[in-house]
Design a binder for this molecule. Structure first.
Ligand SMILES: [Zn+2]
Length: 614
């Protein structure tokens, strides 16, 4: 690094569209035989592009890569390989798509630049000297002006720009980050941060009416923007503080309708699977990723520094994958440690809620992209309620008392039998699962199948169901074994119920599964000669071990039948169930409970008594 004078950034004119297709396809046959067939088939004949202008018309794309083509990047990169190979002996260089950067002694860079301008166009690469930037060390400025004199095609007559290339000693932006002296970098980051703060404020405004959409825009898109910058520019984390302030005081506040304290802010910054919301803290993230990024990209940097052209890409990918794993493991450990510290100081309600929220499946709504078509969008009330339940906060605007005259709370809402809301929840889960079984190709799926009446059979457990009218929730022929009936019974337990709060999730599940098995297991095994499996879920979206087994089996069947990858199907299944549970939990909290009253439809009386005539 001590030996170089500066860096030269090349800007090419309309690069992707001007690449010479015929030359590229010819060269690719030798450079990359593995891709030659597909690329030749894609690009040999002009691509038809349909345009809407005055009426519809068709354009033939004959040069360059086609926008939207999934192979465009590969095609483009391969097309430029011979060019960069030819230039390599002249100067140290690095290429990222159409961005070429030279980095060496001034004379070498000049030579490189001239060659690039001369032979680039034969490949369809047209450097635009007026837009190229040369950044040099301060003491090299005069020399730079001399060496690059008349380098440009366009020579300016007066002023500092005596050639086409802009020469400066401060710095410039490069691939979305900045290179140059510390002042320049700081200014650059500050400017970026300012822009992001205003973006966060805009999202905060949207979050008042559309919290779910704003949340997903933030976590899935916006915060990725600063991740990139913080990876590529070390030592700037302190500049992100204004962004953190805005996230906490504008965005989170408008999203959750409350201020959060330090502990809660830390909680929200954890990944969803650990009970967080994935609203990361930019200052912290920036510190971490600016150390992680060089660690992972070390093999690439080594190749660039040595200017190696021949290497085994598989070996490189393998090496980077190993490094990536180290970093992932470390960040996992860091989050776990953070969670442990939070829980040490957290109030009981938060501890309990986080325990429920860390169950597999309980965070599907946090990570799913809101969509009407797939039933994954929550309206503003649902979103806020779901977040409050997740963190054990007192729900906003709850009625003081229930229609059953008990004081109302989340706990009571999930216990109260009035209005049949818990039954709706149970049925929703049952129907969702039965539908998934049908989708998985089981044709004989029955809801609420009747068990055979008993003729004096005796059972070991007192709690065994001996009712002549007994039914289980779902019957599915061939689920576990070919031609053998499998019976299921659904139970949704509330981890917030008074009798359950002291139980660890594992114990809660175990108890619920055992009581279901005692109720049905023996009778179904001995009388109906079938298999019985309890399906226990929590209202928070967690599921018991046996439910996991059932879901795994279902996912395997679905994946086989629809030829979709198993992990995709099981994610989808868990998410579907999780939304069914969440929505019905929210229903229990917000739906109006009423005692059945003999409703009076005597119009005359009503009009007279309640003055309902207007
Ligand atoms: Zn009640």
């Amino acid at each position: 690094m001590m030996m170089i004078d500066g860096i030269l950034l090349i800007d090419a004119d309309n690069a992707f569209n001007r690449i010479n297709r015929a030359v590229a396809l010819h060269n690719i046959q030798h450079i990359c035989p593995a891709m030659k067939h597909v690329l030749i088939n894609f690009y040999r004949t002009p691509t038809r592009i349909f345009m809407k202008g005055e009426g519809f018309f068709e354009l033939l794309s004959r040069e360059g890569t086609t926008q939207g083509c999934p192979l465009a990047m590969a095609m483009y990169a391969l097309a430029l390989v011979p060019l960069s190979k030819q230039l390599q002996p002249q100067c140290k260089q690095v290429w990222y798509a159409d961005d070429a950067t030279g980095c060496d002694k001034l004379e070498k860079m000049r030579e490189w630049f001239d060659t690039l301008c001369e032979i680039g166009p034969t490949y369809g690469y047209f450097p635009k000297p007026p837009k190229c930037i040369l950044v040099v060390k301060a003491d090299k400025l005069e020399q730079a002006k001399k060496v690059f004199k008349d380098s440009g095609v366009r020579v300016q007559t007066e002023g500092s720009k005596d050639c086409g290339i802009e020469i400066n000693t401060e710095g410039t932006r490069h691939l979305g980050a900045a290179v140059g002296n510390p002042d320049f970098k700081e200014k650059y980051v500050k400017h970026k941060v300012d822009n992001w703060v205003s973006a966060v404020k805009k999202l905060a405004a949207i979050a008042t009416t559309q919290p779910h959409a704003a949340f997903s825009a933030f976590t899935q898109s916006l915060q990725g923007q600063w991740t990139f910058l913080s990876r590529s520019m070390p030592g700037v984390s302190h500049l992100f503080q204004p962004l953190e302030d805005s996230i906490r005081h504008d965005f989170v506040r408008s999203l959750l309708k409350r201020e959060v304290n330090d502990l809660e802010r830390d909680m929200l910054s954890l990944p969803a699977r650990m009970g967080g919301m994935g609203i990361f803290k930019p200052v912290e993230e920036c510190q971490i990723s600016s150390t992680n990024s060089p660690y992972i990209s070390a093999p690439l940097v080594r190749l660039i520094q040595r200017q190696t052209f021949e290497f085994d890409p598989r070996e490189l990918a393998e090496e980077m994958k190993t490094l990536r794993k180290d970093v992932d493991r470390e960040s996992d450990d860091r989050s776990k440690a953070k969670l442990a510290t939070i829980l040490q100081y957290a109030p009981e309600e938060l501890k309990l809620a986080v325990q429920a929220a860390s169950e597999k499946g309980a965070s599907s709504w946090v990570t799913a992209t809101p969509s009407f078509d797939h039933g994954t969008i929550l309206h503003k009330g649902e979103f806020v309620d779901a977040s409050y339940i997740r963190y054990g906060w007192n729900l906003l605007n709850l009625p003081l008392t229930c229609a059953c005259e008990t004081s109302f709370s989340l706990q009571h809402a999930l216990d109260c039998k009035l209005g049949g809301l818990r039954i709706i929840q149970h049925n929703e889960v049952r129907d969702t699962l039965a539908q998934c079984m049908r989708d998985a190709g089981y044709s004989a799926v029955e809801i609420e199948p009747q068990l055979q009446p008993l003729d004096g059979e005796q059972f070991e457990y007192k709690s065994a169901n001996k009712d002549d009218e007994a039914r289980s929730d779902i019957k599915c022929c061939g689920f576990w074994n070919n031609m053998r009936q499998a019976y299921f019974d659904v139970k949704v337990v509330s981890p917030f119920a008074r009798s359950n709060v002291h139980l660890k999730p594992a114990q809660l599940f175990k108890n619920a599964e055992r009581s279901k098995i005692r109720e049905y297991g023996e009778r179904i095994r001995n009388v109906d000669h079938g298999d019985f499996t309890p399906l226990v879920f929590t209202c928070a979206g967690g599921m018991a071990p046996k439910s996991h087994l059932v879901l795994k089996r279902l996912a395997e069947k679905l994946s086989e039948r629809q030829n979709i990858h198993l992990s995709v199907v099981s994610g989808w299944l868990r998410c579907r169930l999780s939304f069914a549970l969440l929505r019905t939990t929210l229903l229990c909290v917000r739906a109006t409970r009423r005692k059945k009253i003999a409703c009076d439809n005597n119009i005359e009386l009503a009009v007279a008594a309640a003055r309902m005539d207007y």
